[in-house]
Design a protein around this ligand. Structure first.
Ligand code: NAI
Ligand code: 15L
Length: 270
């Protein structure tokens, strides 16, 4: 089987941190990419890629961009905790435009969900992909909505989705929490590749974390359907980062870390 998808692939959020990484690495694999973002693309355009500036709020523009695409890698939108009104447009309405485009094109969607969809699970737990959503803010709540949108479009329209609950994807882990939640760029790229190329995914939920020894929080998921396993690990950073904790009891108790502590107003002993 070829490692290059038969049809072009649309990548939203292309000008963001992960979009730029994926644009470069997937183009290097020979993929034909349509890149889009609200912000200009800051890098030289990779071979085989085009870039169109667009707002996820513009449904018609998104439909046009997706024309002829076999997959949509949806990485655009608000990517951190923000007030409800700021999250609403890009992450709820924008997501609807993505799924409507996928329905029209019969395209598969990879939705960049987040660990913050389940952020209020305690770090002493091991949860599988079917554990209840426990969002830790309006951002995490928008990710639970996105995952349910994926299920709706599968049940009603047969649109396949890979819902990746990304942990912390950055060049290297920077604190003790990320010794568990870290996802390397290489593991992300291989996961995205398998999500697009796998024969059949239906609605698959995958924890986006590397093979970190400290990753005891996230258990069974649908990775076998994709044929993906992480190769990398945060373990070599343990000596430098094991003591790098915040001292905030809420932040350290829950999987979502600092996001759980934002505007937390419950008594901490509860
Ligand atoms: P980022 O904030 O660097 O990139 C998001 C991109 O979306 C930005 O370039 C921004 O201009 C674009 N965008 C925002 N609103 C838009 C709109 N209305 N229309 C079009 N484009 C819009 O975020 P990052 O780190 O690259 O994350 C990408 C995705 O992965 C996000 O959905 C994020 O929630 C998810 N994710 C990332 C994690 C990480 O560790 N980096 C962890 C968990 C989830
Ligand atoms: C996320 O969902 C964010 O997009 C990213 O910026 C990190 O904060 C990450 O989660 C995390 O939990 O470390």
């Amino acid at each position: 089987m070829s490692d290059v998808p038969a049809k072009p692939v649309l990548l939203t959020g292309a000008s963001g941190a992960l979009g730029r990484v994926l644009a470069a690495r997937l183009a290097a694999q020979g993929w034909t990419l349509r890149l889009t973002d609200l912000a200009p693309f800051p890098d030289p355009l990779p071979p085989g890629a085009s870039f169109t500036r667009a707002d996820l709020a513009e449904g018609v523009a998104i439909l046009r961009l997706a024309e002829g695409c076999g997959a949509i890698l949806h990485f655009g939108g608000v990517s951190v905790e923000r007030p409800f009104d700021e999250v609403l447009g890009p992450n709820i309405q924008g997501l609807y435009h993505i799924y409507e485009a996928a329905r029209r094109e019969r395209a598969r969607v990879l939705f960049a969900s987040s660990n913050h969809a389940v952020g209020f699970h305690e770090r002493t737990e091991t949860i599988d992909a079917n554990a209840p959503f426990l969002p830790d803010g309006y951002y995490g709540l928008s990710k639970t909505y996105g995952e349910l949108m994926g299920r709706l479009y599968w049940m009603k329209h047969g649109v396949e989705s890979v819902l990746v609950r990304i942990g912390s994807c950055l060049p290297a882990p920077v604190n003790a929490r990320m010794l568990a939640s870290y996802l390397s760029f290489g593991d992300l790229t291989r996961l995205v590749t398998r999500a697009v190329l796998a024969e059949r995914v239906e609605v698959s939920v995958v924890w986006g974390a590397s093979a970190n020894r400290a990753m005891t929080w996230w258990g069974a998921d649908d990775r076998a359907r994709l044929g993906w396993e992480p190769h990398d690990s945060a373990d070599s950073f343990t000596p430098a980062l094991a003591d790098k904790v915040s001292g905030d009891p809420v932040e350290e108790r829950y999987m979502g870390g600092a996001y759980c502590a934002i505007e937390y107003s419950r008594k901490t002993s509860a």
